[in-house]
Design a protein. Structure first.
Length: 554
């Protein structure tokens, strides 16, 4: 259930917080006050597209937050929710950076938001009756009616169909002419030979460059070694080694006087021994250090070769090895072209046969569910005063595609003696609103969605039909939360909670506000809907009768 909606700096809304209740929540207001803006804001926080133009003029950001209470245990995208737990969705839109969506403070993408909110809420806006006209959307509605197991099977089918398309694409790539194939084989053979002839080894990765660098700077190394060793072993003056001998000797005398200096004496001995080891190892290094022009040229040539291969085939030996394996496989495929092609054709035939069988199974499930949907929709339409209406789901076979092999069209006839015609060519605006309400009622019961929102569901209806629609919506609200934007008094009279949206205009700005009405305020708002801006005693009496009627029928 949607507990609270908070909107800040969104379009003409400056700062609005709406606390919704159980049952039927109805929002009213004059045209242009911002009723649909509230639905737009809710759609955005539920994963809809966020546009920087939505930010209120003069502000740097817009913020929307919707708080739901979880009604059943479920997991989505490694997030687990328990009954009674709050689910807080938020969307922050800034002018200078991308919009951010969060779930309980955790940043997520729109895909996760849409998947999650699909379990919580369903919105019917004006454009949805138009979307119902399209065959693809009609198929999706039937699939939704068929349930989650069916939808899961469809997802798996679509993934395997995508793999089939990749196999077909690969087969198409194999149809190149013989000369092109031979040119590619020559190139691949040259690349493999070049790598083979190099006989690369782990030595070529780092040690090669280190050895080259050492030989290339042998003169510099020798000069620095001479300087260091001279300082360590200088015979015609004080040296570091002799100085350390003196220091250790002096510390030995001091220890005989003060035993507390023993640690310092020990440290001095270790330093002297370390200097002697350093001197010995430097002498050994110097003895083996010699210029070798021929070896230097060999290392330079080898390094040039390795760097050339890295430039062509990968920055590391691992990358070159991966390139080699991939190239060898491609060459083998070309050499064994006919075998590879036959293998691809077999894989495609096997996959296509499997998908056709699964498409037939999907189609059968759709047809079974279509019969149930036809019965349910007919019953809903009769309740919504389209009494002679009959509804039918028409199937046509198509080529295999990611959704199966069905083209689905919703057919309807609203009067006796007529033929079935596509829904898109038959229903009036008022009928479409009622038909969509019927579909939403059926799907809500199927999916157990706890919050339904209807924006302008009353388009094209009035009088007794509006009262029927009001009773239908009220009936839906018995077991779930329903939020409706309406301007018809027959529907508004059924509200459990009534909110008034007002627009206040100053010299510098326009601001929409939302007020929850008490019983007296609700009576006056309903009277305004009945009689206009001038609220007469007759309008008040009519409003009172409508509220009493709504309470008795509800």
């Amino acid at each position: 259930m949607l507990l609270e909606l908070y909107i800040k700096n969104f379009a003409i809304i400056q700062d609005v917080r709406i606390e919704f209740g159980k049952g039927l929540n109805i929002l009213t207001g004059e045209t242009g006050t911002g009723k649909s803006i509230i639905i737009d804001a809710l759609s955005v926080v539920l994963g809809g597209r966020a546009n920087k133009d939505m930010i209120r003029k003069g502000e740097e950001f817009a913020y929307i937050e919707a708080i739901f209470t979880c009604y059943e245990s479920f997991e989505e995208m490694d997030m687990e929710f328990q009954p009674g737990e709050l689910i807080i969705l938020s969307k922050e839109i800034k002018r200078d950076r991308p919009a951010l969506s969060r779930v309980n403070g955790r940043t997520v993408n729109n895909g996760i938001i849409e998947t999650l909110t699909g379990r919580l809420i369903d919105i019917f806006a004006q454009h949805e009756s138009m979307s119902l006209m399209q065959s693809g959307n009609q198929r999706e509605l039937l699939d939704s009616f068929a349930g989650r197991d069916h939808l899961k099977a469809l997802d798996e089918f679509a993934a395997d169909y995508s793999k089939l398309r990749e196999l077909q694409k690969e087969l198409d790539n194999q149809t190149q002419d013989l000369s092109s194939r031979e040119r590619e084989m020559d190139l691949l053979s040259y690349q493999l030979d070049e790598i083979d002839n190099a006989k690369l080894s782990p030595y070529d990765d780092e040690e090669l460059e280190r050895d080259f660098k050492r030989l290339n700077h042998v003169k510099e190394l020798a000069e620095n070694l001479g300087r260091v060793m001279g300082q360590l072993k200088q015979f015609d003056g004080p040296s570091v080694e002799s100085a350390m001998d003196d220091i250790v000797g002096t510390l030995s005398k001091m220890v005989r006087v003060d035993e507390g200096l023993q640690p310092l004496y020990t440290e001095g001995e270790e330093l002297r021994d370390g200097l002697k080891r350093l001197s010995f190892e430097l002498e050994d290094y110097f003895d083996h250090l010699e210029a070798d022009p021929q070896r230097l040229r060999e290392l330079e040539d080898r390094l040039d070769l390795v760097n050339s291969l890295k430039k062509k085939y990968g920055n590391t030996l691992e990358a070159i090895d991966a390139f080699y394996a991939e190239t060898k496989k491609r060459l083998d495929d070309l050499v064994n072209y006919d075998t590879y092609r036959r293998t691809l054709e077999t894989q495609i035939q096997t996959a296509a046969t499997d998908l056709k069988k699964r498409a037939e199974s999907i189609s059968e499930r759709r047809k079974v569910q279509a019969r149930v949907l036809e019965t349910n929709v007919a019953e809903e339409l009769h309740q919504l005063v389209i009494r002679d209406a009959q509804f039918k789901v028409d199937f046509k076979d198509t080529e295999l595609r990611e959704t199966g092999a069905d083209e689905i069209t919703f057919l309807i006839k609203t009067n006796r003696g007529e033929d079935f015609k596509p829904l898109a060519k038959t229903a009036s605006g008022g009928e479409m609103s009622r038909i969509m309400l019927g579909f939403k009622s059926i799907l809500a019961q199927k999916d157990n969605i706890q919050t339904l929102i209807f924006d302008e569901i009353d388009t094209g209806i009035s009088g007794a039909t509006a009262d029927v629609v009001g009773r239908k919506i009220k009936n839906l609200a018995r077991e779930r939360q329903v939020i409706v934007i309406s301007h018809l008094q027959q529907i508004v009279a059924y509200a459990d909670h009534h909110y008034l949206i007002e627009k206040k205009t100053t010299d510098q700005s326009t601001i929409s506000t939302v007020i929850k009405l008490n019983e007296d305020e609700r009576l006056h708002e309903l009277a305004r809907l009945i009689g206009g801006e001038t609220i007469t005693p007759r309008a008040l009496e009519a409003a009172r009768e409508l509220i009493l009627k709504g309470a008795s029928n509800g």
